[in-house]
Design a protein around this ligand. Structure first.
Ligand code: CA2
Length: 148
């Protein structure tokens, strides 16, 4: 039987990103995570991909989902780990521990912000980073999946 299912891209979002669109719009914009998910679904369809968009405030969930991405044969992972970006050796190790390519995504450009945001344990392990385009960072990263 021919497998006609579109390859899946996991889009994993870390702590506080469930608050998107509700606070600090001057930094993170007015779009909610659901708005971004809708746009990603449309774009994925155009690209012949599908997306599985998730959010958790718990580091271990993100680790489990990275493992799951590999287990189900996801084409790639787009990961906005939120503040765990700057603290999590566990996420760094999980990214290194899977063969699935991971693209780090940020709405803002952490390098233009406080110094504690300049170190990224995710970025040190990820294939690439897209940052600073607001919600469009996710779309740019999804487009880039075709170039992996
Ligand atoms: O720019 C990004 O995408 C960040 O990953 C967002 C994180 C921040 O810790 C990173 O340095 C950069 C924060 C996500 C929190 O999102 C909120 C959204 C609305 C209101 C409050 C927090």
């Amino acid at each position: 039987m021919t497998d006609t299912a579109a390859p899946v891209v996991f889009v994993l979002n870390g702590p506080n990103l469930n608050l998107l669109g509700m606070r600090e719009p001057e930094i993170y914009g007015h779009d909610t995570l659901d708005d971004i998910a809708g746009r990603l679904e449309d774009r994925a369809q155009d690209l012949g991909l599908s997306v599985d968009v998730r959010q958790s405030n718990h580091e271990g969930h993100l680790v489990d989902w990275l493992h799951e991405a590999q287990a189900v044969g996801a084409r790639a992972v787009l990961l906005n780990a939120g503040a765990y970006t700057h603290t999590s050796v566990a996420l760094h190790d999980a990214i290194k521990g899977i063969k699935t390519p991971v693209i780090e995504v940020h709405l803002s450009n952490p390098h233009k912000r406080e110094e504690f945001r300049h170190r990224s344990y995710v970025g040190m392990a990820a294939k690439a980073t897209v940052a600073g385009f607001g919600a469009a960072s996710y779309l740019v990263a999804l487009d880039a999946v075709l170039h992996l």
